[in-house]
Write a protein that binds this ligand. Structure first.
Ligand SMILES: O=C1O[C@H](COP(=O)(O)O)[C@@H](O)[C@H](O)[C@H]1O
Length: 234
């Protein structure tokens, strides 16, 4: 089990400012060290106030590549598309925001292979992976279902894959493409951002359960070696 540090904030605004500051620091460090930065950012809803704040930072955005940690297989522009939300915020800054599912398709496995091929062209490992956690304990789009084992235990070089959640989450009932556990665990920095006591309870339980956890986030955290920062507000 890795070293996990909880960071607690009074409210969502404080949380957003802190997470934005930490992401900015990672990007600046990568730009100083290498002249470019590649980061994966969670989708859903929780992290978007932090992204709005981050976008105000004075950075050489043209040298920053952003990929979603996962994507719902929906057309680009759909309100449920994670990359569409990221693109609205970071494209105007000049960042490269990479769709990993360029077109909606019925073949989620093929979508996963295509996302994996796109990821192979990126500088690797990721400078940062920021994860969210669903109320059901999923993270990125690693869900229980027929692809769970492949997402957790597939070959190390597999960076992304297609996933059919079972059951489909009611708030976004779509097949998905997600970073694999190996890709997440290989990141140079790993952060989690959540809000609310319910998600905190799930995350604490998942961490306690460790490698035998039924929650995807528990299985991932049981396997990472780098320290993990969890940012939380009620
Ligand atoms: O479906 C998803 O859910 C998780 C959690 O989203 P949140 O809005 O409850 O924070 C998210 O991290 C993931 O990227 C997304 O596709």
């Amino acid at each position: 089990m890795t070293e996990i540090e909880w960071w607690e904030y009074d409210d969502a605004a404080e949380l957003a400012a802190a997470v934005a500051g930490d992401i900015q620091f990672v990007i600046e460090s990568a730009l100083d060290a290498r002249g470019s930065a590649v980061i994966a950012l969670a989708g859903g809803r929780t992290p978007f106030p932090a992204y709005e704040k981050l976008a105000q930072a004075k950075l050489d955005w043209k040298k920053v590549t952003i990929v979603p940690s996962d994507e719902r297989i929906v057309p680009l522009g759909d309100p449920k598309s994670n990359v569409t939300g990221l693109a609205k915020i970071f494209l105007p800054k000049g960042a490269r925001v990479m769709p990993i599912v360029p077109a909606a398709t019925d073949d989620y496995k093929a979508a996963g292979r295509s996302a994996d091929a796109l990821m192979q062209d990126l500088h690797w490992p990721l400078d940062l992976c920021l994860l969210g956690v669903g109320g059901d304990g999923h993270t990125a789009s690693i869900f229980p279902g027929p692809d769970f084992d492949e997402a957790l235990n597939g070959p190390r070089e597999r960076r992304a894959l297609g996933v059919m959640p079972d059951p489909l989450p009611p708030e976004a009932p779509f097949p998905r493409v997600t970073l694999s556990r190996a890709a997440i665990a290989a990141s140079k920095a790993l952060m989690i951002m959540i809000t609310g006591q319910d998600k905190r309870d799930v995350l604490e339980k998942a961490i306690d359960q460790g490698v035998s956890s039924a929650y995807p986030i528990g299985r991932i955290l049981a396997d990472v070696e780098l320290p993990v920062d969890i940012h939380w507000a009620p």
